[in-house]
Design a protein around this ligand. Structure first.
Ligand code: NAD
Length: 297
């Protein structure tokens, strides 16, 4: 049945997700600080709100898809809690640290709201296509309320555990993603230096044991595999700065939990170097250019 849903944050991911809720028949009130992002969501069937406060005013659910923890804490503290009805279900889909997710959820609960952390995996193609995987942290009751709202945007909606468990699953997942992307880039560069055609190497490795999402669904070489940011000069997609953010979250969590994560640590250092060299706004697969150049330096 139709619900009034406030959607805050319409960037690479939210801009694909919010229209899928509108297409499913929901009344989506959208807001983003970027006028361009907002205009795209409106073209996708969402209703334009003038502010977050206006979007959440009589919402039954609030969904946020913001860059990082500081945006999430500030938006909930200043513009959602006390502004949305206490009956509204709050769903944060951004990737942030477990501690901030738990503290925002505690603050929300103290003011009578039910909230889940529901970060996603799948990238921009899955956001636009409604085939994201959601990893949800929260109570059984909150999960049961969130699931039907997330369904039109999802291939899978999985209950990871209590508050913060979705974020824990997400940073572990992205630690794999950062490491496999770097490994895939290294392999393409080496393959080419050994005289292999990139397309031929893709045809082989995507059907062999080197296969991963970084290879099969997000090949970092132009003209190879499905359409990816590599085919658009590494524009769009998942910014390297956000991958670095996730790897830092994973490394901080690993340190605090006493887990040994050398591959994740190496991926963090390489993404730090790529961002320091100006690659932060490029898609994270653009690190292949740095890897290709690095043998010289
Ligand atoms: P993005 O930067 O493209 O989009 C974020 C949007 O939030 C921007 O349009 C920005 O204007 C808006 N925003 C920032 N502060 C705001 C505020 N106070 N009020 C309203 N709008 C505000 O980022 P993205 O790639 O869409 O990623 C969003 C989140 O999803 C991040 O946490 C990221 O790590 C995660 N994520 C991204 C991908 C991906 O492939 N891009 C995949 C999985 C998860």
């Amino acid at each position: 049945s139709m619900a009034r849903i406030a959607f805050i944050g319409l960037g690479h991911m939210g801009g694909g997700m919010a229209p899928n809720l509108a297409k499913a028949g929901h009344d989506v009130r959208a807001f983003d600080l970027s006028a361009d992002a907002l205009a795209k969501a409106v073209a996708g069937g969402c209703h334009q709100a003038g502010s977050t406060e206006e979007a959440v005013k009589d919402a039954e659910a609030v969904i946020t898809m913001l860059p990082a923890a500081q945006h999430v804490s500030a938006v909930y503290r200043d513009q959602v809690l006390g502004k949305a009805p206490a009956s509204a279900l709050l769903i944060d889909c951004s990737t942030i640290d477990v501690a901030t997710a738990r503290s925002v959820e505690e603050e929300a609960a103290a003011q009578g709201y039910m909230m889940v952390d529901a970060p996603v995996s799948g990238g921009i193609a899955a956001a636009a296509g409604g085939t994201l995987t959601f990893m949800v942290g929260g109570s059984d009751e909150a999960f049961a309320r969130a699931q039907p709202i997330l369904d039109p945007m999802a291939k899978a909606v999985i209950h990871a555990g209590g508050a913060g468990a979705g974020q824990a699953a997400k940073i572990c997942n992205n630690m794999i993603l950062g490491a496999t992307m770097v490994a895939t880039c290294e392999a393409f560069v080496l393959a080419q230096k050994l005289g292999l055609d990139p397309q031929v190497f893709f045809d082989i490795s995507s059907k062999a044991s080197g296969q991963s999402w970084s290879m099969t669904s997000y090949a970092p070489v132009p003209g190879v595999g499905p359409d990816t940011p590599a085919d658009h000069d590494y524009e769009g997609g998942f910014a390297a700065a956000l991958m670095l953010k996730d790897l830092k979250l994973a490394m901080e969590a690993a340190k605090a939990a006493g887990a040994y994560t050398p591959m994740g640590g190496e991926a963090e250092e390489l993404y730090q170097r790529f961002v320091d060299r100006g690659g932060g706004s490029k898609d994270f697969s653009g690190i292949i250019k740095m890897i290709d150049d690095s043998w010289k330096v």
